[in-house]
Design a protein around this ligand. Structure first.
Ligand SMILES: [Zn+2]
Length: 133
């Protein structure tokens, strides 16, 4: 197996972390939604109950949305690990520094491109969600 010598990130370790995080996110998504969103078993007995349920559901949806974005990132990163493009900047094709990958395993851009994208994103649309935690 040919290893890129400039690349000092332990890919197995990264993969491990991503898989663990994905599992945790999925578990939390299920927990935070109270019940599986696929099997809603609401007993809308009275209005107060229904209101609380709706509130919780909205909150859960919000969390799910947040989780889904992160899950997508993780999925994409795992795919990149598999096809060997991991650690390469999606924008300029340069390599992402190992320190950055350590801190942010699912980074898809080098710092320069990320910063440029954030500057542009901030200008165009403040809703741009950063991958930073
Ligand atoms: Zn770049």
């Amino acid at each position: 197996m040919a290893k890129d010598q400039r690349f000092h990130v332990d890919l197995d370790e990264i993969r491990h972390r991503l898989l663990a995080e994905r599992r945790e996110l999925l578990a939390r998504a299920v927990l935070s939604s109270g019940s599986s969103p696929l099997a809603p078993d609401e007993r809308d007995s009275d209005d107060a109950d229904a209101a609380v349920t709706t509130d919780m559901r909205e909150h859960a949806m919000w969390l799910l949305q947040d989780h889904r974005q992160k899950l997508e990132l993780i999925e994409r990163t795992l795919q990149r690990l598999n096809d060997g493009s991991y650690g390469r900047c999606e924008s300029c094709g340069g390599s992402i520094s190992p320190e950055r990958l350590e801190a942010l395993p699912y980074a898809t851009q080098c710092i320069a491109c990320q910063q440029r994208a954030e500057r542009q994103g901030r200008r165009l649309n403040r809703g741009y969600s950063s991958a930073d935690r």
